[in-house]
Design a protein around this ligand. Structure first.
Ligand SMILES: Cc1cc2nc3c(=O)[nH]c(=O)nc-3n(C[C@H](O)[C@H](O)[C@H](O)COP(=O)(O)OP(=O)(O)OC[C@H]3O[C@@H](n4cnc5c(N)ncnc54)[C@H](O)[C@@H]3O)c2cc1C
Ligand code: FES
Length: 259
């Protein structure tokens, strides 16, 4: 993995792309050049300002352009994401990245990407990269409700493919959970990013079907570089490991799924 860089960067655009959901493009050539799918950036506002949040927040690199742009998919939760949603072109943010370990794949079998909510972000980056190298890619994308669905036209523009959409209330796409869309009994590579219950269900399915699976975990992160211990997950050996440096992408065999 390349060395991460810290840089002030300009917001180029920030558009609403679903309920409480934004697509933020930032001019960050060193990060765009170095990032691989599954890696993330820490984005913050610096200590020169007295308004919260003081700590940066982690976001998957959701896309990169040849002109040095990166795209982040941002869903509003608390203080940090409300500030990100309010950014305007020309505003400055502080970026640190690219960070962590990304997804790896083989070309010999289809890649099935299972995205829950904002877990879609790393696959917006991964799908076009893998397709460009000859892989077959499908994205199965689930949201609780239809109003939260990330703009399908934007997904197609960024990835070149249409995800198979599932909503729990059935208001858009097929009704049900995204896991239900995985076809059993065929040789595929699974990739997951989303809420922990979804990742657990995916791990169970992958174990039953003896399929390779990599997951990207979304723990709270304070630093992104291995110093605060805020992001630990339990390894299969029972040790706490830092998801910012050892992950956020793990093979299913590396993690303990018991608790
Ligand atoms: C590697 C990584 C990649 C991520 N990529 C994306 C992305 O592409 N798009 C996106 O929208 N979000 C992503 N997230 C989650 C994002 O970082 C959090 O939503 C954000 O930090 C929340 O900040 P906040 O200040 O708005 O909320 P806070 O004020 O910090 O928290 C608001 C509420 O949300 C809860 N919360 C905050 N973060 C998390 C979390 N990670 N898991 C569960 N609950 C949480 C808090 O406990 C609190 O209840 C990613 C997280 C990680 C670790
Ligand atoms: S986020 Fe600080 S150690 Fe991982």
């Amino acid at each position: 993995m390349s060395t991460p860089c810290r840089l002030p960067a300009r917001v180029l655009s920030n558009q609403r792309a679903g309920a409480d959901t934004y697509w933020l493009e930032i001019d960050a050539p060193p990060i765009a050049q170095a990032a691989v799918p599954g890696q993330f950036v820490m984005i913050g506002f610096g200590l020169g300002r007295l308004d919260a949040p003081f700590l940066p927040r982690p976001f998957s690199v959701g896309w990169r352009g040849d002109d040095g742009r990166i795209g982040l998919l941002v869903r509003r939760f608390g203080t940090g994401t409300h500030r990100l949603a309010a950014l305007r072109p020309g505003d400055e943010v502080l970026l640190l990245g690219p960070l962590g370990r990304g997804f790896r794949w083989e070309q010999d079998s289809p890649l099935i990407c299972i995205a829950g909510g904002v877990g879609l972000a790393p696959f917006l980056f991964m799908a076009p990269e893998a397709i460009r190298h000859g892989a077959t890619v499908e994205i199965l994308y689930g949201e609780r409700t239809g109003d939260r669905v990330f703009d399908p036209q934007l997904v197609e523009k960024l990835t070149g493919i249409q995800p198979r959409l599932y909503t729990e209330d059935g208001s858009r796409g097929q009704i049900g959970r995204v896991i239900d869309g995985i076809e059993r009994g065929r040789r595929i590579q699974l990739f997951g990013c989303g809420p922990t219950p979804m990742l657990r269900a995916l791990e169970r399915l992958a174990r039953e079907e003896d399929l390779p699976l990599q997951v990207s975990v979304e723990e709270h992160m304070g630093c992104g570089i291995g110093t605060c211990q805020g992001c630990v997950v339990r390894s299969v050996a029972g040790e706490w490991i830092k998801s910012c440096t050892e992950g956020p992408v793990f093979r299913r065999e590396e993690l303990s799924w018991r608790d």
